[in-house]
Design a protein around this ligand. Structure first.
Ligand code: HEM
Length: 158
């Protein structure tokens, strides 16, 4: 979740006004396009303590998130519930968000629990393309099985 805060896959979402409206004191005509800058929300100093720092613990200390880890868009992890918006919000909120979180949790426990992943070259720039969505074009990694420990024997096994 902290990785998704600092480097969200979706950088901005758009909305279109179907009628005149007022947002934060400004009046808008029908037919305006709005672009919501997710990265700015995720890095806003009003909502996050030390926003530039990678700190996964900021999510651990929130009891609401622990109760309902996959319905993240309805939980408050910062000083404003809408400041964490990886899946959008409102009527058009991502319908795949629960599946996505289950996939991410499965990936972490099954893959990272059994294998160590290392970048093959720590000094190489990441090959990333970023427009409305950020995507990694190529990522070379070295994957090694992790050493397993047998809790019932005195020594370690392979
Ligand atoms: C980490 C993974 C994912 C991220 C970060 C993500 C993010 C988003 C975002 C930001 C939106 C726009 C929401 C808005 O405008 O308020 C969206 C829409 C959507 N997502 Fe996802 N998504 C993910 C995974 C998935 C998966 C796994 C599925 C399907 C199985 C999915 C299906 C959709 C669909 C159909 C929409 C359009 C919804 C609409 O316009 O009504 N997404 N997603």
């Amino acid at each position: 979740m902290e990785t998704n805060r600092l480097t969200p896959d979706v950088n901005s979402i758009t909305r279109y006004s179907t009628d005149t409206c007022e947002i934060t004191g400004y009046k808008w005509e029908k037919g305006e396009y709005f672009s919501i800058n997710i990265i700015s929300l995720h890095l806003h100093g009003n909502y996050w303590d030390n926003p530039e720092i990678f700190n996964p613990d900021r999510f651990y200390h929130n009891s609401e998130i622990n109760n309902d880890i996959i319905d993240i868009n309805y939980t408050i992890m910062s000083k404003n519930k809408f400041s964490y918006t990886i899946f959008g919000g409102g009527l058009r909120i991502c319908p795949g968000r629960k599946l996505a979180m289950i996939e991410l949790l499965s990936l972490m426990t099954l893959d990272y629990g059994n294998y160590d992943f290392e970048l093959s070259n720590m000094n190489e720039d990441l090959k990333i393309k970023s427009t409305a969505i950020t995507a990694c074009q190529e990522l070379k990694v070295i994957i090694k099985p992790r050493r397993k420990y047998n809790l019932f024997s005195t020594g370690s096994i392979s």
